[in-house]
Unconditional design. Sequence first.
Length: 464
Amino acid sequence: MAIADRLYRIKPERVATAVALRQDTQSTTNHEQGNKELAVIKDEVLLWTDFLEGKLTEAGTRGHDRVMLIAAAYLENAPLELCIRAAGEFDPHGGGSNTRRFREGRSPRRRMRDVGVDVTADDRAAFHSRPGLAMSAIHMDWHHWADERTETRRWIERITSLDGVASSYTKQIGERLLELSRRAVDAPFFQVLDTWTTSADQNGQRISVVAQLLTQSAVRDELARDTHKKLLDWAKRGNATQRQVVASVCSGPYGQRWPHVALVRLRHILAVDDAATEVAAEAIARYAASGPTGLNRVVDTVESWLYRHPTHPAGPRAFLALTDADKSAGVLSTLIGLAQQSPAVREFLISGWSTTLEQSDVRDRAYLTLVSWAQAVHTKSLDQDFVFGILTAVRNAHEPVDAMSRFLYGVPEREDPALISARFALANLRTCQHSHCMQPDCPLQRGEYINPSGAAGDLSAREE
């Protein structure tokens, strides 16, 4: 298929002209020119195999020429001076920089032209006259120079470090490593990504680049399985940078394509409170807001986390991401609306709060979310009776400590009208809104009640 695509790009008149010149046996010049052009067309279709065999694999190949070619191939369209400096960093014998050697003998521009690289008018390395040569050179070099694969990989890591000469070309180099690794032995793609994310001081741009590369590799059949595994390993055991990469990947197209797989990795991210945790929480809220299917999936998943792992912070953190009236107002409003119609959703909110309030790791976040509920009620964004009815049920089911106690009884630094109104309302609400009670064994549904001494009585006696 790839060869067919390249054949399609060859203009028929170009082939016809070359054949006509070749058939002109009366003119040696025309005949040789036709043979040369047909050879070029063949190389173009076959990705320059014959050309590269001569430049990279024949006896007598100059090491400097080979390194100059692969530097230009990885850094296509980069300034020529940058390619020369990058080539100078390649040192298979560990003897120090070779930059000076690359400037000895033939000029760097002559070297570039001799190995098939075009030098543009603005002094950049290009392959306009030989489209596809760059990637083909990378493949052949990796295949032929097997004994220098480790040094080639280390060279790439060296020039793409944060202070490396080619750090601004990390994404392009990563994409070429990805394509190389689809078919190469000892594929370097994931090893280089490990190095790029090992340092804890990686910047946001590097995290974004690695996330984009992993998103791309996940849709390549040859790399998909390893990509899923890498994301899981980083989510469970990775450093802060790697965790941010996973959270970023799962919050994008990867999460939309494989939502269940992404949620599993986000659960591991939510186990620790760091910069990645906030990204993961936002990803869960965003997926829940994507539509009914997303909301149902997230609610079911978070409910299972809360039930199966009640002492693990992932469930509470995910629950708070869904119920924050400031950051997830749309999701919360939808949940409240569903809870008014569905006992199961109402129970999810009550049990979710009960489990979350038991988790000390989310104490401060839980308090802020409770405050956001009070503010939403105060501004009439949420229905007061129903919301405070839920909180009453939570209060009665949960020992009032930590976040709930702060919410109910106050702290000196947080006394605003919304909280005061919420406390007043909660203090005056009955334990159960019996006119709408969903509990099948509620005594008032049978016309009786349980008094404080434990004896049963009728409703009229209690109201008296």
